[in-house]
Design a protein around this ligand. Structure first.
Ligand SMILES: Nc1ncnc2c1ncn2[C@@H]1O[C@H](COP(=O)(O)OP(=O)(O)OP(=O)(O)O)[C@@H](O)[C@H]1O
Ligand SMILES: [Mg+2]
Length: 250
């Protein structure tokens, strides 16, 4: 399988504090990778560095190389184009205070699409891909803020898909949701794997084993172990991984 994202010798500093230490990872195309590890170990930091969200943080410095389809994302790549190719979904659903329709059409409009027919089509396709079309088709003009938490999160996934990304970054996308909404999102993520490369941060070990192909275990800014999810959870190579996944630490 092709490498979609290659992370090589990445160090990241917030001022004097080193949040990532010599991170090396190759993420394969159309697979789901889980990032696990205790709070503060750098999972969100690495995730955000994959679409340069860290650029917005003052005092943040990154060295090493991250490439998307072999192209260095930190040198010479247009950031807007990068963020279009590498979309993101956050822990807390964050719909814009506008209608369901306008939430989804927002990205395509920003990229210059004006035709109503085309926008209608993109809105429907995105909502279908995020498994929320049936629930939304009669309330497209209603405010997105009136949706349930689980619906809002699927709407945010639909919004991320509307600009036709290649990679989807998800930072604890179900941690604010009930078990039924969580299960819907997990089914959806598995479905999306056919077309997207997905990286998901989760504190839920069962979730990682249910949906991911590969898992990276982080500790204090380093990747302790990376491998096939099945193997990492059943036969961890490192004592520190074993201690964490068995709940002896963390
Ligand atoms: N903007 C920032 N400025 C300074 N330090 C930061 C900033 N963001 C994160 N950090 C620090 O970097 C380290 C890694 O943070 P990060 O958010 O990546 O952890 P995490 O693994 O996602 O944790 P959690 O599971 O709690 O979300 C932490 O020590 C955190 O305090
Ligand atoms: Mg985090």
């Amino acid at each position: 399988m092709n490498t979609k994202l290659s992370i090589q010798n990445v160090d990241l500093f917030y001022g004097d504090f080193q949040a990532l230490k010599d991170v090396n990872l190759n993420l394969k195309e159309k697979t789901i990778t889980a990032f696990i590890g205790p709070s503060g170990c750098g999972k969100s930091t690495l995730l955000k560095s994959l679409n340069r969200m860290n650029d917005l943080i003052e005092g943040c410095k990154i060295t090493g190389q991250i490439s998307l389809d072999g192209e260095d994302i930190y040198s010479g790549m247009d950031v807007n184009l990068l963020r279009r190719r590498v979309g993101m979904v956050f822990q807390k659903p964050n719909p814009f205070p506008m209608s369901v329709y306008d939430n989804i059409a927002y990205g395509p409009r920003t990229h210059g699409i004006r035709s109503k027919a085309k926008l209608d089509e993109m809105v429907e396709n995105s909502l279908r891909s995020a498994a929320i079309w049936d629930e939304m088709k009669d309330r497209l003009k209603k405010s997105a803020l009136g949706l349930s938490g689980g619906q809002q999160q699927r709407l945010c996934i639909a919004r991320a898909l509307a600009v036709e990304p290649e990679v989807l970054l998800m930072d604890e996308p179900t941690s604010a949701l009930d078990p039924i909404s969580t299960s819907k999102i997990e089914d959806l993520v598995l479905e999306l794997k056919q077309n997207y490369t997905i990286i998901i941060v989760t504190h839920n070990m069962q979730q990682a084993t249910r949906i991911s192909d590969d898992t990276a275990f982080f500790l204090l800014g380093e990747i302790v172990e990376f491998g096939k999810t099945e193997e990492l959870f059943s036969m961890p190579k490192e004592k520190r991984t074993e201690d964490y996944i068995t709940g002896r630490f963390g």
